[in-house]
Design a binder for this molecule. Structure first.
Ligand SMILES: Cc1cc2nc3c(=O)[nH]c(=O)nc-3n(C[C@H](O)[C@H](O)[C@H](O)COP(=O)(O)OP(=O)(O)OC[C@H]3O[C@@H](n4cnc5c(N)ncnc54)[C@H](O)[C@@H]3O)c2cc1C
Length: 392
């Protein structure tokens, strides 16, 4: 495929997403504009997000990225990138809080390792947005080095397991109907056959959300989850016992590309707003955009965004064409999320003091985007991954 030959059907799909956003989401958010300008969010955002999620499932967007064999839309990685970018490009909050598309709270290819019974109980309700989930891996002593987890699952006489431990930074954990919990089942083997992924229902005795964590983003409140003698059965293991990381790997390319795409959309919004402001804001008798220093900021952002977009599209296409994606997804995410940090910073600078005030909403996205450099692989870990694929 030539580098930027985007198939017509993907362009049409993107337009239908745009229509959905403009017709059904924008008016909901606009009704709360004043509160958003003051606080970055609004009371009742969670209820609206849940309604939009359900609507997105009805329209087919919510599971578009899942293979057709399980009832999804079979959308390519390039298609996922285009849609996630589109959902982020106008600075609306609702499309970006896992309401239209799931990153961790809904169906992902990780669930393709489900048995038929698990599909009925977990995957299909996720695809219909009747349930939501969370991905519970990180712990206070185990982040980038995830194999250091201390949460344990121990076999009990007569069958089943008992899980004890604590996870933190878990996105969507407050509302999740069940969690996918990674626990040590063999402390010698660890990542090589000793870490198992379990489905744990949120109403299981001993499962609790012990803390909602406050962050520098107005839109992200991950949680701490505690497991106190939580009993699970053998049929709650995802995939093969001891090989939970192998199931998790099925979702990693998609998640990284989706985050990279969100970074493109956010950066486009920062740039569009900065361009508009540079043309209309007058200082010393002329628009600030006629000054070379201001032009330099805008052109740097434009150039970096264009470079990142080409790279992300190309990486997605390469995976669609059969690349295993280890390098592509890491490279795309690393470049795009670092780029949006710089573009957001310049957007604030171009807007002067107004950029720092809450009314414009720029500072809220600037703070939100900061987390992208941390989750789904920190930039440093992604660099290490890319280095390995280069033979270093
Ligand atoms: C908003 C948010 C949402 C999240 N959601 C989830 C979720 O839903 N589920 C989940 O399981 N986790 C989630 N996480 C956790 C996230 O995956 C971890 O924060 C991430 O893996 C980094 O781990 P850490 O925070 O423990 O940092 P550490 O691993 O302690 O790293 C600290 C610093 O050291 C660097 N570093 C570590 N090792 C190396 C190395 N080998 N080479 C070079 N540099 C290194 C890191 O890059 C980083 O700069 C979330 C985090 C955030 C911030």
């Amino acid at each position: 495929m030539p580098l930027l030959n985007i198939p017509e059907e993907l362009i049409e799909l993107r337009s239908s997403l745009r229509q959905f956003i403009d017709r059904e989401i924008r008016p909901v958010e606009d009704a709360h504009r004043q509160e958003i300008q003051e606080t970055g969010r609004y009371e009742g955002i969670k209820d609206d997000r849940d309604k939009i999620r359900k609507r997105s499932a009805e329209l087919g967007f919510w599971s578009l990225h899942m293979p057709e064999e399980v009832g999804g839309g079979g959308l390519s990685y390039l298609g996922q990138v285009l849609l996630h970018e589109e959902g982020s490009r106008d600075g609306l909050i609702l499309p970006q809080v896992e309401s239209i598309f799931p990153v961790v709270s809904g169906p992902t290819p990780i669930y393709l390792d489900c048995t038929e019974a698990q599909r009925e109980k977990y995957l299909y309700p996720l695809m219909a947005a009747d349930k939501t989930t969370c991905f519970a891996l990180t712990e206070p002593e185990a982040g980038s080095d995830a194999q250091r987890i201390a949460t344990r699952a121990e076999r009990v006489d007569g069958g089943g397991w008992v899980i004890n431990g604590r996870k933190h930074f878990i996105t969507g954990g407050e509302e999740a109907s069940f969690a996918l919990v990674f626990a040590l089942t063999d402390s010698e083997k660890r990542a090589k056959g000793g870490i198992t992924a379990f489905f744990v229902d949120a109403d299981a005795p001993g499962y609790s959300v012990t803390r909602v964590q406050r962050t520098m983003s107005p839109y992200q409140n991950p949680v701490e989850l505690t497991f106190d003698n939580v009993k699970v059965n053998d049929d709650q293991i995802l995939g093969q016992e001891g090989f939970g990381f192998y199931s998790a790997m099925r979702g990693i390319n998609g998640a990284r590309l989706q985050i990279a795409a969100r970074a493109l959309g956010l950066a486009q919004n920062f740039l569009d707003r900065s361009m508009e402001y540079a043309k209309s804001r007058v200082a010393f008798g002329r628009p600030i955009g006629s000054n070379q220093y201001v032009q330099g900021m805008l052109v740097d952002s434009y150039a970096e965004l264009e470079q990142a977009r080409m790279l992300v599209y190309r990486c997605a296409s390469e995976i669609d064409e059969g690349a295993d994606g280890r390098r592509q997804a890491a490279l795309a995410k690393m470049v795009a999320v670092e780029m949006v940090g710089r573009v957001g910073d310049r957007a604030i600078q171009v807007h002067g003091g107004n950029g720092f005030m809450t009314e414009l909403g720029l500072e809220a996205w600037y703070r939100d985007a900061r987390a992208m450099r941390l989750y789904e692989g920190t930039t440093e870990i992604l660099k290490a991954n890319v280095a390995k694929t280069l033979g270093l």
